[in-house]
Write a protein that binds this ligand. Sequence first.
Ligand code: HEC
Ligand code: HEC
Ligand code: HEC
Ligand code: HEC
Length: 180
Amino acid sequence: MIHPLERALLLGSALLVLAAPTALRAQECLDCHGEPGSSVSFKSGENRDVTVDRKAWEASVHGSMGVACTDCHTEIKEYPHPEVTDKTARDLTLRFYTSCQQCHEDQFKKTLDSVHQRALAAGNKKAAVCADCHHPHTQKKITDDKGLQREGKLDQTSAATKKTIDKVAGKIKKTVNPKH
Ligand code: HEC
Ligand code: HEC
Ligand code: HEC
Ligand code: HEC
């Protein structure tokens, strides 16, 4: 019979494994996905390579901020993975892209009334989704600290100047980022 204390310790170490740092959890996935040569096949006859470029991942905004693979691929707990039922490679993209919503709610809401989303809702599977423009495995940081520095400096600026800056900033945001 296992002593209750021993059992508690065993349970404790199991919890430790589950609570392992996110980098380590990505490491487990990368043990396989970091090596080229595997692919997933679809009913349509298409194949898609499942290699994740380890260096690009580590340099990406998600990899460097400690986001775990399983934050987005929530259904994957072990190998073999759950069976892939997507008919086409595009269906796989459309299955995963909604994961952005949990952390980027603002952008997600904004895209809901964009031209892309309306096209998607109308059944056009080619309509651009988040992952088409920002591949989450390789996306680098877009905004830099300059935006924050500007905020700080605004405290010492007159109300009229603030208004002008905000107007210009609004325009820039519209031009640079017309999609959401
Ligand atoms: C033992 C090797 C191995 C490990 C570990 C592994 N994978 Fe996979 N993965 C594969 C292979 C091989 C495929 C190709 C399709 C298949 O065989 O299931 C795949 C396919 C996938 C796919 C695309 C198809 C699907 O199931 O939607 C995703 C996403 C994926 N893996 C994510 C992950 C994540 C996240 C982890 C870590 C939690 C992980 N994998 C760990 C080998 C592995
Ligand atoms: C921020 C969300 C996010 C994170 C984090 C993430 N993925 Fe993905 N992953 C996606 C999306 C979205 C797709 C679909 C991309 C597409 O079809 O263009 C995808 C696709 C995949 C695929 C299918 C093949 C491919 O490249 O299209 C595999 C395999 C995969 N991811 C494994 C991983 C592994 C391993 C990690 C961690 C090292 C990881 N993902 C981290 C969102 C994420
Ligand atoms: C588990 C949380 C999480 C999920 C899910 C997630 N992200 Fe992120 N994302 C982050 C964090 C953290 C950052 C870095 C902080 C920041 O800049 O907002 C980031 C940054 C980004 C950036 C750069 C933003 C900037 O200001 O530089 C883009 C673009 C992005 N993510 C796209 C996506 C896309 C596309 C998806 C879905 C496929 C996704 N993210 C899913 C957490 C997440
Ligand atoms: C048609 C392309 C396109 C689509 C679709 C798209 N984006 Fe973007 N996104 C951009 C562009 C362009 C920028 C401006 C920065 C740049 O030049 O890369 C941007 C900027 C961002 C930023 C950083 C600036 C900010 O607004 O905070 C985040 C985060 C982001 N996108 C997330 C998302 C998410 C999440 C989705 C899906 C709901 C999405 N994007 C869909 C093209 C797109």
